[in-house]
Design a protein around this ligand. Structure first.
Ligand code: AMP
Length: 609
């Protein structure tokens, strides 16, 4: 068995780590970096780039550069629609309300895009370790629902990685803490990244990390902050120039880039100058953007976003039944936690200094590597007790939802509930398993259903049927129903209610291969067009140079050949016709060249002095 790697698949950046002996180590990517931008770019030549190269082309080709796919993975088009309109690339609904990402006429699923990032990480890890890598632990925000988790696993499978376990990002950070500090404590992990926010309260002991509560928002991150700054810049530009440039995608991308840089600078400086020459142009000439953003204006612009994270912290403390002063240490994770105002707010809430010992960009990947080490046997003594992120229960009379395992229960967990029939002599009971926090069935996600038959005939409410839910450490749910009097029972195992089948994974890989082959075809077409263009240029020059010595018929034929060739280029003829045309041009050019040589008797080259 090869080494298992830990991957923090981030909205903005991804990081991989592995155990080297007993020490976790960051895997250096092919460009020599520790972070790989989670960006996939497609060039005009339809080549695919991932990471730094893709990020660099974002300004020039915003429509074919895909970023922030983590915010799309495992989500339905309908529920993500509001955010989708802000993206620079095209997103369209595909069958079953799935999200499709369209680049140059090809449609990719978010899982496929994420698989390109994972493939790059896998390749970097293989180069770094000098051995094949096929297994990984991948982290996700604590607030990812089951669909998002499964989609992340599927992305791994498409990339040829068996995702042995998905762990929550804050839990991973706690693992890193635990292995370094080796002392009992209640800790809070405040994780504010590029696209998501998570807060977890955990009890850590020498070798156990137990999550007490976890809260957060999968749609709150650094990119929302950047968008606020972009809106402000658009307003400033309009004030100064009277021009609204909000509809121009290229301009928006430049503004986003400048906004992120300004935001980062304001983490250390009190003000920053934003200068974007030639942002747009009209009859009056080029228009430039030049302005100053102060830290206090910035803080005012994003105040509600920062406050929303503090609200989630308070919720988590409540759910953990813990006062802020009961928390011994607060660990900051994620790039956005570098914002000074955030640090001040978190410090004020918990009333203690913040632990800045860990690199907020890397600590999650380090934790994932430690978990990989536990599975691989390099790390022996860490037990991870995670919690359920959603309430699990069953449907009861009146289309209502009856919770059995509340959210934030520590897994593994077993819970039972007695249910009964609702009509006299009812022989069959349907157990419908649901996940969510809604009061009604329609407000929750259906995970599956099964029937218990042969219930003993009796007046309604008399039979006693015990429904037992079991969740193991991998989050696999087993539901069993048993008629207590007769012992009749039935059960269902919910492994991965929304994951892809192996056939679907294979089909997804085939689609990518076909699209890649398609791009090879395009490359071939481009090469042929360039060659034909050169041939036409050569033929035209030849006809011009020998106009006086060629017969009228040859000149006419030559002009026809040029016309035919140019028409084929304009009409973007297929590779096959281009090849035929090439052959014809070669033959024709050869034929009239021969005639010229024959006319002169002996062909000689001109000697120029
Ligand atoms: P992560 O998802 O943890 O990689 O975090 C990426 C997010 O952190 C992006 O939105 C970055 O713009 C943001 N970020 C990185 N460094 C800083 C900084 N110094 N100040 C503010 N935000 C930052």
């Amino acid at each position: 068995m090869g080494r298992i790697i830990g991957i923090d698949l981030g909205t903005t950046n991804s990081v991989a780590a592995c155990m080297e002996g007993r020490e976790p180590r960051i895997i250096i990517n092919e460009e020599g970096g520790r972070l790989t931008p989670s960006v996939v770019g497609f060039s005009r030549k339809r080549e695919r780039f991932v990471g730094d190269v893709a990020k660099r082309q974002m300004l020039i080709y915003p429509e074919s550069t895909i970023y922030g796919v983590k915010r799309l993975i495992g989500r339905r088009y309908g529920e993500a629609q509001a955010e989708l309109s802000r993206l620079a690339f095209r997103v369209a609904p595909t069958g079953g309300d799935e999200i499709g990402i369209e680049v140059d006429g090809h449609v990719y699923s978010p899982q496929q895009i994420a698989s390109f990032i994972l493939s790059k990480i896998r390749k970097s890890a293989e180069d770094f370790l000098g051995e094949p890598v096929t297994e990984a632990i991948v982290t996700v925000p604590a607030y990812f629902n089951d669909r998002q988790r499964q989609a992340t696993k599927d992305a791994g499978r498409i990339a040829g990685l068996d995702v042995l376990r998905i762990i929550n990002e804050p839990t991973a950070a706690a693992l890193a803490y635990l292995t370094q500090r080796k002392k009992s404590a209640t800790i809070a992990v405040y994780d504010f990244g590029g696209g998501t926010f998570d807060i977890s309260i955990l009890d850590v002991d020498e070798d156990v990390a137990e999550v007490r509560a976890t809260c957060g928002n999968t749609h709150l991150g650094g990119s929302d902050i950047d968008n606020r700054v972009v809106d402000w810049l658009l307003g400033e530009f309009k004030k100064a120039n009277g021009v609204d440039v909000s509809g121009d995608k290229m301009v928006r991308q430049r503004l986003l880039d400048a906004a992120e840089r300004a935001k980062m600078e304001l983490s250390t400086a009190l003000e920053t100058e934003i200068h974007l020459p030639f942002l747009t142009a009209d009859e009056a000439g080029p228009r430039h953007l030049q302005t100053v953003l102060t830290r206090s204006t910035f803080e005012y612009l994003v105040d509600d976003l920062l406050t929303a994270t503090i609200d989630e912290c308070e919720k988590a403390l409540n759910q953990a039944k813990c006062a802020p002063e009961d928390v011994d240490e607060v660990i900051l994770v994620g790039g956005s936690s570098r914002i000074p105002k955030i640090q001040a707010m978190v410090k004020a809430l918990f009333q203690r200094p913040l632990n800045k010992q860990f690199n907020p960009d890397e600590v999650v990947a380090i934790g994932a590597a430690i978990q990989a080490g536990v599975l691989g046997g390099e790390v022996s003594s860490v037990t991870l007790l995670d919690v359920t992120n959603f309430t699990l229960g069953i449907e009861v009379e009146g289309r209502r939802f009856a919770p059995l395992i509340p959210k934030n229960s520590t897994v593994p967990v077993v819970r039972s509930q007695l249910v009964s029939t609702v009509v006299d002599s009812q022989r069959v009971v349907k157990i419908h398993v649901l996940q969510g926090e809604g009061k009604w069935v329609k407000d929750n996600v259906s995970l599956g259903e099964f029937e218990l038959t042969n219930v003993e005939p009796a007046p309604r409410g008399v039979p006693r049927i015990e429904v037992t839910f079991t969740i193991d450490t991998d989050g696999i749910v087993n539901v069993n129903a048993q008629d207590i009097r007769t012992g009749a029972q039935n059960s269902i195992v919910i492994h991965s209610p929304t994951s892809m089948t192996q056939d679907q994974v294979d089909e997804s890989r085939r689609q990518i291969a076909a699209m890649d082959a398609g791009s090879d075809e395009d490359a071939e077409g481009r090469r042929l067009r360039e060659e034909v263009e050169q041939q036409l240029y050569g033929l035209e020059s030849f006809l011009r140079a020998h106009k006086l010595r060629l017969k009228k018929k040859d000149i006419f034929d030559g002009e026809q050949a040029l016309k035919r060739g140019r028409m084929a280029l304009v009409k973007k003829a297929k590779a096959e016709s281009l090849r035929e045309l090439q052959a014809y041009l070669t033959r024709f050019h050869g034929h009239i060249s021969e005639k010229i040589s024959a006319g002169t008797g002996v062909a000689v080259g001109v000697v120029e002095d």
